[in-house]
Structure formats: structure tokens, C-alpha cells
Design a protein around this ligand. Sequence first.
Ligand SMILES: Nc1ncnc2c1ncn2[C@@H]1O[C@H](COP(=O)(O)OP(=O)(O)O)[C@@H](O)[C@H]1O
Ligand SMILES: [Mg+2]
Length: 323
Amino acid sequence: MARVLDVRNLSVTYKNKNKCVYAVSNASFSIDQGDSMGIVGESGSGKSTMAMALLRLLPRKKTVVEGEAGFLGQDLLHISDEQLDRLRWKNLSVVFQKAMNSFSPVHRIGDQIEDIYRIHEPNATRKEAHGQAAKMLALVNLNERVYKLYPHELSGGMLQRVMIAVSLLHEPDLLIMDEATTALDVVTQGQILGELRKMESELKTSRIIITHDISVVSSSCNKIAVMYAGSLLESGHVSEVLARPAHPYTKGLLAAFPPLRGQRVVLESIPGYLPDMAARHEGCIFAARCPEAMEKCKSAAPARTDLGNDHFVSCHLIEVEKQ
Ligand SMILES: Nc1ncnc2c1ncn2[C@@H]1O[C@H](COP(=O)(O)OP(=O)(O)O)[C@@H](O)[C@H]1O
Ligand SMILES: [Mg+2]
């Protein structure tokens, strides 16, 4: 399978007046064509920061972004703004949780969608733009009737679905959804994710979905990445990680849940709090909360260990087992 995204040692630091926040530390993961990866983690664990860093949406003066992010042969973090503009929307697109606030109140929904389409397809006719818009609206279960409406005539959930349709207009190679379906009702969310999966298998496109809801990952993704306090602790195939989690944090998360299939389960924190992300941590970031922590865990950060079959974990316990 062709590699679409290859993130290596991504770190993001917010620099405010007298305080630094180490929001993402040394995160590495990759996405192949057709993969859909769910990134899960408690609130504040750095998921949105990671997505915004990949899309270079963070304020330059106040953030330091390090690492590499190979995307279709180019490094997202180091190409020019013009090169990035060419990739955005057409190859790489994103939807955030409150995306629906981005519509202009004074123009009809349909006109806005067509205008957005034609920014990147300037030679497209109105008819072509309309055809593509209608296709994507159907994908998010919206009737073409919304075309003639103004934003205030739609509910928040409908507008959010329109935004998802907009993000799909150019059938991007990679779509990043940051809690984009979280506010929708369960049935609508399930329908949209189902349609997305169909489209992905047809077009061989890839998706990253950021969520605190593990059932979204188990029902709509083939890969999972677990984040904790800015660190990516474990990643791999959903079927494998859910059946045989390697990291104590992943084990703790999964143990707290009823059976994963069928019902909706929301990620809840295991006892304790996220560590202070304004401080540098010497050892494993999870050591203070880890039921299996060893002396070494407090002083040295664990390396990312390859368990085979795309399963990676950063934990000293695994290093010990492998020796
Ligand atoms: N603009 C900012 N300035 C300083 N700290 C920030 C800023 N935005 C987010 N953070 C901090 O970065 C960490 C990660 O936040 P975020 O990426 O939003 O996490 P998540 O999406 O997993 O909830 C948190 O500790 C948060 O408080
Ligand atoms: Mg977030």
C-alpha cells in the first residue's frame, strides 16, 4: 500500500509570555492509502494541536513545530505556503468540531459550496460544481433542498454536515476530522461514517478521525493511535490494539469499557490527572499514573518499539519483554 502520510518526531510547543506548553512530544505515526486512523485521548492530550500543526494552522509567532510530516512525497512542515495551498482541500482537507460557523450568513448554501469548489477548480462550470456538491451533500444525508437555503435556516447539525460535504468536494487523498461528528446525534453520525467508509473504499482515500469515542474508532477505522499528555503511546490495527493492548494506559482505557461493539462508549479518564504540560518530563509521561511503573520509568523516556504488523508502543515494560 502506498504511504500517504508519514509523521516523524512531531513536537509542538506553545510559547506564551512566560510559559511554554509542550503540547505534542515526539509523535510518530503513518497512514497508508485507504487507512482510516482514529486518534483517541483525553481532552487536553494534544490531538487538535497535532492536527493543526500538520495543516500549519497554528500561529507562527507563538508556536514551535519540529519534526517531519511527509505527505505524498512532500514535507508538510517545510514546503512553501504556495505549495501547501495547492495541497489543501484538493489533497488534504480538514473539518473541525465547530466548522459550521464558517458560513457567510448572507449567501445561499449552494452558492457558497460552488464558490469554494471553483477556487481550486477555476475551469469548472457551475454545472460541474453543482454536480459535485450534490454528490457530497447526498453522502452526508442532506437533501439538495438545502442548496437554496441560507445558513440561519439550517440547524447546527445540518450546517456541520454541509461542512463535511465541503471538505470532501475535491475527494481529498486525506481527510482529517477533529471531533467533526461529535455533536451530531448517534444515528446521523453512524450514517455519515458509514457513507464515508463506502466512499473511501471506492476512491481509496484515507482519513484521520480525532475522537474521544472509542466506538467511533472501532466502527469506522482500521487503525488506532492512543495519545496521552502530548505523547503517542501506542498505535496499530484496531482489531489488534483493542484485542491485545500493549501499553498500560491503553489497557486501562479499554478495561473501563463494556463490550466495544454495538453500543456507544465514551472515553473516560482512568484515576488521576494529566500531568502538567508546562513542565518538561524526564521519564515516561504516564509513569505517575501507571499501575505497572518501574524505577526506570521515572527517569528515562521509553523508545518507540515495533511489535510487528504496524503495531508500535512506547513503554519500558515492552522493552524488557523483548530483551
Ligand atoms: N493556544 C494555546 N496556548 C497555550 N496552550 C495551549 C493552546 N492551545 C492548546 N493548548 C494546550 O495544549 C494542550 C493540548 O491541547 P489540545 O491540542 O487542544 O488537546 P485535545 O485536542 O487533545 O483536547 C493542552 O494542555 C492545552 O491546554
Ligand atoms: Mg481537541
